[in-house]
Design a protein around this ligand. Sequence first.
Ligand code: G4P
Length: 538
Amino acid sequence: MSEELQNEIKKRRTFAIISHPDAGKTTLTEKLLLYGGAIHLAGSIKSRKTQRHAVSDWMEIEKQRGISVTSSVLQFDYNGCRINILDTPGHQDFSEDTYRTLMAVDSAVMVIDVAKGIEAQTKKLFKVCKERGIPIFTFVNKLDHYGKAPLDLMDEIEEVLGIRSYPMNWPIGVDGDYKGIYDRQKSEIELFDADKTHGQEARKSRTGTLDDPDFVKLLGETDYNQLKEDIELLDEAGEQFDLDKIACGELTPMFFGSAMTNFGVQDFLEEYLRLAPSPQPRKSSDGLIAPDDDRFSGFVFKIQANMNPAHHDRLAFIRICSGKFERNMQVWHERSSKVIKLSQPQQFLAQDRQIIEDAYPGDIVGIFDPGIFGIGDTICASSHKFKYEDFPVFPPEKFARVSAKDTMRRKQFVKGMMQLTQEGAIQLFKQAGGGAESYIVGTVGTLQFEVLEYRLKKEYNVDINMTMLPFEVARWMAFPDGDTVAPADIHGAERGMFCYDRRDNPVLLVSNEWALGWITENNPKLQLYAVPMDRKEA
Ligand code: G4P
């Protein structure tokens, strides 16, 4: 293994920021880019409320609604590290896309609004991180205004998410009027300045040790004594700092700060880079593949069509896992068993894309995809063929019947539906005995329906009729003897909807777990799976 490769791997940190909408993910990302020098004045990314859009927003719908719908990638350098941030949608509803993005990172940053604590969205995303055993770093944001007490937040993290936390720093003063933070690693105080630039510039802060007489004066006796007491309590009764526990996701380092006013952001970034893992080995059909294995490998974690409306192109996003990536290199595409050439590799910042010559483990490259890639596909060197472990399949929970308004546009409608299914944005079903003109669409969140409608209109010029269906559970069906399952075989099939998936596997949609229980009880021979049978190990 080459020294160059090892150095490049050591430099890399690839992570996702997860949060509930409005906790401050966009603002924090923006400030990290500001420190990294990737942008010069924060706020240029996300401007006024009415017209706000993040650096990583691509699709027009995102700009219109001020939300980030698709996951995307930002790369910048800081203190000798190369940072790849993978964006995840910040909306109550989210898609498999979010889950898959978490398959491509080595750690995650969880942003929590100090006033709101853990919210539903964070909980769901967090579960995925925990299942993967990746380290989670917590940034408690909006410390400049009233919120929950730090100790209560620590309890909440433990109770709701089942993970212990280790505060890396601690707020000084009274809730809503914090004077600064105390850095437990450096035993330093950072005072909160009134920031006249409203956080648009990287700020310098004032630091010193806890027994610095200046600070006693500045903080006042009461706050000073309170701080000493808190720190003693944390040191004695709190969790010990343990990097091994952090590395396997059992302990989360917790940082307090305010993204908007830049308070605590730089410290967070530096500590994060110090503690977060560089690219890690990955499971494959040939055992663990180490990133410093000289033989190139990677996998596709996202596919997106029509990113540039002018070109109607389709990009496959590849996470590099081992070896060095070089433009125009020939690789083995495991699923099709073909050698392919990776031309036009691209990296991203905002609307800019640039062609890159090389990349290393941890990096994400976008490859022009003529239609051969699927999500989860492995690419590797022909000299060492293997397959990375399958992505988990997430069962759909929302369903709608969709048809083209204008039957003359049916061809485009089918094309669009197929394309979006391939991208993994939706799952497609056909009702047994139903007409050819409509599809049943399944998704993980309702936002995907809006995205579907918007994209069919924008990219395929197709208006659709969409009717939400009262189902929340899908079950793939099989008989133990391998006999085909037909609607007439299922007692009570009419209580739900009998469908076929894209590969003609029989699927029953039912309204809830109770209905599912009824079907199970009344069809003792029937086997039911939450995901397609060929993926039932997932
Ligand atoms: P998101 O990506 O997680 O959805 O959150 P985003 O960064 O868009 O932040 C949501 C709102 O919270 C924004 O206000 C943002 O300015 C504010 N915010 C972010 N960090 C902090 C912080 O540290 N302190 C305070 N007080 N507010 C913070 P907005 O009014 O919705 O938008 P804007 O008008 O500020 O753009």
